[in-house]
Design a protein around this ligand. Structure first.
Ligand SMILES: Nc1ncnc2c1ncn2[C@@H]1O[C@H](COP(=O)(O)OP(=O)(O)OP(=O)(O)O)[C@@H](O)[C@H]1O
Length: 245
């Protein structure tokens, strides 16, 4: 497989920050990560291991200190904020543990919100597109409901619909089930996986939950900023012993 088949390709990526006392904190070290189009990968790791930093680099919210990032085979260069924001918006969708829905706006208005910045047809059809997306996440009966009247699982499905409404090629999910109970989280993952599989979207999920990680095509573990691929067997053993990765 050549680099062009990978949507995300990180080679030797590290990220450090200068602390107020003048020392450097190495958050990520020598990260290699090559994700194929349409693939679902999961990253597990203890709190503080660098998971969010990695996701921020992949999603162009942060830049590597050293190393190379190829997005669709093209080097990601330091660009102007506007050009980076445009590339980010065209490529990535984000789902977080917190649903971050706009209070006092209906589910449809929340999902249509990212399309306020779209052009032409998409902008004009934004309500229709939002309603279709809410149907797809099983919330066709909640189109005009305010977030505060929705359950946690329903709110996360609205957030999912919102993250997918611009049809991102890569969906970055940071603890998408973190605020949900096990059954609700599993139902949300069912919906999420159905959507990305149907649309051929690449999915990167960060999670503490080994059962969520087990659903991915491949699993990685971050340990003090060092990323390694783990086998399904290692994950199954860890799950059986209820270890935290
Ligand atoms: N800008 C920064 N300045 C100083 N320290 C930082 C900065 N960004 C991240 N860190 C530190 O780097 C480490 C990794 O942070 P990161 O948020 O990536 O971890 P994480 O694995 O996502 O943790 P959690 O699971 O708790 O969210 C943490 O110790 C964090 O405090």
């Amino acid at each position: 497989m050549d680099a062009g088949d990978h949507v995300v390709s990180l080679s030797g990526v590290s990220r450090s920050v200068r602390l107020p006392d003048g020392t450097d904190l190495h958050i990520l070290t020598g990260v290699d990560l090559h994700v194929e189009r349409g693939e679902h990968i999961a990253v597990v790791g203890r709190s503080g291991s660098g998971k969010s930093t990695l996701l921020n680099i992949v999603g162009l919210l942060d830049a590597p200190t050293t190393g190379q990032y190829l997005l669709d085979g093209e080097p990601v260069r330091a660009r102007s904020d506007r050009r980076t924001a445009k590339l980010r918006g065209q490529t990535f969708g984000f789902v977080f543990q917190q649903f971050n829905l706009l209070p006092g706006r209906t589910a449809t208005e929340n999902v249509a919100n990212p399309l306020l910045y779209a052009s032409g047809r998409e902008f004009l059809r934004r309500k229709r597109i939002a309603r279709d997306m809410l149907e797809r996440v099983g919330l066709g009966h909640r189109l005009d409901t305010m977030p505060e009247k929705l359950s946690g699982g329903e709110q996360q499905r609205v957030a999912l619909a919102r993250s997918l409404v611009r049809r991102p090629r890569v969906l970055l999910a940071d603890e998408p089930t973190g605020a949900l109970d096990v059954d609700t989280g599993s139902a949300v993952m069912d919906v999420l996986e159905d959507l990305v599989r149907n649309d051929g979207t690449t999915l990167v999920t960060i999670t503490h939950d080994l059962s969520v990680a087990a659903r991915a095509d491949r699993q990685f573990r971050l340990d003090h900023g060092v990323l390694t691929e783990i086998t399904a067997d290692a994950l199954a053993t860890a799950t059986a012993h209820r270890e935290t990765m």
